[in-house]
Ligand binder design. Structure first.
Ligand SMILES: *[C@@H]1O[C@H](CO)[C@@H](O)[C@H](O)[C@H]1NC(C)=O
Ligand SMILES: *[C@@H]1O[C@H](CO)[C@@H](O)[C@H](O)[C@H]1NC(C)=O
Ligand SMILES: *[C@@H]1O[C@H](CO)[C@@H](O)[C@H](O)[C@H]1NC(C)=O
Ligand SMILES: *[C@@H]1O[C@H](CO)[C@@H](O)[C@H](O)[C@H]1NC(C)=O
Ligand SMILES: *[C@@H]1O[C@H](CO)[C@@H](O)[C@H](O)[C@H]1NC(C)=O
Ligand SMILES: *[C@@H]1O[C@H](CO)[C@@H](O)[C@H](O)[C@H]1NC(C)=O
Ligand SMILES: *[C@@H]1O[C@H](CO)[C@@H](O)[C@H](O)[C@H]1NC(C)=O
Ligand SMILES: *[C@@H]1O[C@H](CO)[C@@H](O)[C@H](O)[C@H]1NC(C)=O
Length: 453
């Protein structure tokens, strides 16, 4: 059914069954106090679970999630990857990194390539700074091929979302979409058609997000306008309008994996072919040249009590539950949480760089468990696990073009198929298919090669 999946979520279920017990969360099931943070994927942990994507509603308490760095107006050129940091290293210091990566971003000729090699779930860059209304523009060319999805979106921890998405079988169309609280409304998607080949040509895509209107533009031409007033939901007594701080996310991900739901595969144009002429050096890629963020002032009436970070003051996650504070955004280690940001490993010697150490709890969403060598390398060593994208800090130029082609990732990502209003936890089906119910946010998490067979 065409309308079944108009969405983009990518989710990684990661968890090889029975690797270790991890609490799940969502739909009103909160995380326990020892792993208080509920990830976007409905699993509980500490550390990176409490950073970007942390679900304030289903975490142990509203303050389990770490405060989010405020909007910063800036143009990101991607001349190098010095300010791109792996999600296995980033601890919340947005003054040192602009983007948090999972998967394998590569630096190429003044651009960043988001790569997707076979057996990976592609690459995601998420901004370290959030945006609470602003004009966000990206200049890029998409990937191509059946099942291959390129995305430029704004995604809140609330699962408010504003999208540009591209499926690789239609290189003349940009799909625009929005969500409020991750709730599906199948009439929200609108196509912008007639573009010149989006793989061959860079286009300028812009989202102008204001408190009462959202405007999507391509190459300076408005292709869609949404007014907040059109989104009133009398049942919920609120506007179903994106209204809470969001990260900018750039991604390339496989909608067409056999393990995804049929609706997702159909939406994405079929199964991904892993010997496609659109692949180079063993991977698909999308090329991002530049992203610019122009922040708007906090809306009139905003709860302003500082200049550094956003927090939520209430689980309703409306615009008026956002507070701007001076609260710290940086964890001391991956054991930290919003209520204990200085938590650290017992024999603390070298966490300064943010390198993770062993722990018994999950510390980075998307990685299989946590445990010994929680740097995503549980049970294996780092030498060439490639696709982990965590080789040496901000992968930088050192990432070789071949690295992405050798991934041995276990892929358990899933795509949400919406439908139920609850943000349920990911569940494994018999053949490894996972379903994230009702949660609609475009995310890609690349798995590190740590499938424990
Ligand atoms: C590198 O980028 C420049 C524009 O910045 C472009 O003119 C040139 O064709 C690119 N080279 C390659 C090999 O892609
Ligand atoms: C879905 O959203 C549209 C506005 O985009 C609105 O007109 C429509 O009523 C919504 N559908 C439902 C079922 O609320
Ligand atoms: C948008 O375009 C795609 C093909 O690229 C098509 O499958 C989809 O139905 C269109 N969606 C809408 C809402 O027109
Ligand atoms: C309107 O709100 C109700 C109650 O929260 C929710 O179940 C429903 O999905 C919402 N509809 C839309 C189109 O957002
Ligand atoms: C929140 O949204 C309401 C409309 O639902 C608006 O009247 C109010 O001014 C907004 N407040 C803030 C702080 O944005
Ligand atoms: C403002 O922040 C300070 C700490 O920075 C806190 O003590 C105070 O309670 C806050 N005020 C409000 C109204 O939240
Ligand atoms: C914070 O975490 C440390 C472990 O790193 C622990 O010893 C300490 O008791 C915790 N503090 C609170 C207030 O929970
Ligand atoms: C570590 O890597 C080396 C060389 O790649 C390999 O021989 C060894 O088996 C690996 N050890 C583990 C525990 O994976």
């Amino acid at each position: 059914m065409a309308g079944r999946v108009l969405h983009s979520v990518l989710l990684l279920a990661a968890l090889a069954p029975a690797v270790f017990a991890q609490a799940t969360c969502g739909g009103g099931v909160l995380c326990p106090s020892d792993t208080p943070c509920c990830s976007q994927y409905g699993q509980c942990g500490v550390g990176a679970y409490c950073l970007g994507g942390c679900d304030p509603v289903n975490s142990f308490s509203l303050d389990s999630c770490v405060p989010a760095p405020v909007c910063q107006s800036k143009t990101y050129k991607f001349d190098d990857l010095d300010r791109v940091m792996s999600n296995t290293k980033y601890l919340g210091d947005a003054s040192k990194s602009d983007w948090v990566s999972s998967g394998t971003p590569l630096s190429y000729n003044g651009t960043v390539l988001l790569t997707m090699a076979e057996n990976t779930v592609g690459t995601l860059l998420a901004s370290t700074h959030y945006v609470w209304y602003g004009k966000v523009a990206a200049r890029f060319s998409t990937s191509a091929g059946a099942g291959v999805v390129t995305a430029f979106i704004l995604l809140g921890d609330s699962k408010d979302e504003i999208d540009f998405e591209f499926i690789g079988v239609d290189l003349e169309t940009a799909q625009t979409n929005f969500y409020s609280l991750g709730i599906t409304n199948y009439t929200n998607a609108v196509n912008a058609t007639g573009l010149s080949d989006t793989r061959e040509n860079m286009h300028d895509y812009e989202i102008d997000w204001q408190p009462d209107t959202i405007t999507w533009s391509i190459d300076g031409n408005v292709v869609r306008t949404l007014n907040r007033d059109e989104t009133w939901n009398a049942t919920a007594n609120r506007y179903m309008y994106p209204q809470t701080p969001a990260r900018v996310q750039l991604s390339l991900w496989p909608g067409g994996l056999a393990s995804n739901g049929q609706g997702t595969i159909d939406w994405a144009g079929g199964l991904v072919q892993w010997n496609s002429p659109y692949m180079t050096n063993g991977y698909y890629y999308a090329t991002f040249d530049q992203v610019s963020v122009q922040c708007y002032n906090p809306p009139a009436g905003a709860n302003v009590n500082g200049t550094k970070s956003y927090i939520f003051t209430d689980k309703s996650l409306t615009n008026s539950t956002v507070e701007i504070t001076n609260d710290n955004t940086v964890l001391k280690s991956f054991l930290g949480t919003g209520t204990n940001m200085s938590a650290d490993y017992a024999s603390s010697s070298a966490t300064a760089s943010g390198t993770t150490k062993s722990s018994d709890v999950a510390t980075v969403p998307g990685l299989t468990g946590a445990g010994p060598g929680s740097d995503g390398n549980r049970g294996s060593n780092s030498s060439d696990s490639s696709s982990s994208g965590d080789d040496s800090g901000s992968d930088g130029d050192s990432a070789s073009a071949t690295a992405a082609a050798t991934g041995s990732a276990s892929t358990g990502f899933v795509q949400g198929d919406g439908g139920s209003g609850s943000n349920g936890a990911a569940q494994y089906g018999g053949n490894g298919e996972s379903v994230l119910r009702g949660s609609l946010f475009a995310v890609v998490v690349a798995l590190v090669g740590l499938c424990i067979m």
